[in-house]
Design a protein around this ligand. Structure first.
Ligand code: GLN
Length: 196
């Protein structure tokens, strides 16, 4: 079975571990560069992307992780994890892995409705997921190699039209929302299937 490294510097990493274990994956918490040895895939949880990015640099994990991702190791990032994967972050120079050819806008849903849930169809899944959005980012640009898996209607949140909230670029999966905070493990299974 695959050994998944879950970045455990800050944020909701335990919930990801629980979902992955329930699907039969082996899980290792990543807190130091030597923990990257031998992992088959990476999960980056939600939390605070500036904090996680800063810690990745301080702990000398940013460059080795980036190298593994550029070598093709599969990764899944939710929320702050998505932000850390993106190449461009609007109005921010914060540290990032930057391997996903997309632009992200942090805290994109405004102050008043910064957290909400909505039923969300996702390409590749038969039934919609329950999208849990917590001070969530939006993807505002994707490169030509990026497949859009889900969009959310921004009209109830002060926006106009549909915005991108889940993407896949080859072996990189990213969602603005948090499936790890629901009992639904289909997106974690989708990720594990990417490793096969
Ligand atoms: N707003 C956070 C950030 O910018 C992300 C929120 C989350 O991961 N729930 O990093």
């Amino acid at each position: 079975m695959a050994l998944i490294g879950v970045l455990a510097l800050q944020g909701a990493f335990r919930e990801h571990e629980k979902a992955l274990r329930s699907l039969g994956a082996e899980v290792r918490e990543l807190r130091q560069p030597q923990h990257l040895e031998g992992i088959d895939g990476l999960v980056i949880p939600g939390g605070e992307s500036t904090t996680i990015g800063k810690l990745l640099v301080e702990l000398n994990m940013m460059e080795p992780l980036k190298r593994r991702l550029l070598d093709g190791m599969p990764a899944y990032g939710s929320c702050a994890g998505l932000i850390l994967l993106c190449r461009d972050i609007e109005d921010s120079e914060q540290p990032r892995l930057g391997v996903l050819d997309a632009t992200v806008r942090r805290n994109a849903f405004g102050r008043q409705v910064d957290s909400f849930e909505t039923s969300l169809p996702v390409k590749g899944l038969d039934e919609p997921v329950q999208g849990v959005f917590i001070r969530a980012p939006l993807i505002t640009r994707v490169g030509s190699g990026v497949d859009v898996l889900a969009r959310v209607d921004m009209a109830p949140h002060g926006g106009a039209g549909e915005e991108i909230v889940a993407v896949r670029q080859d072996r990189i999966l990213a969602t603005s929302f948090h499936p790890e905070l629901t009992p639904d493990t289909r997106l974690h299974q989708y990720f594990l299937d990417m490793l096969a």
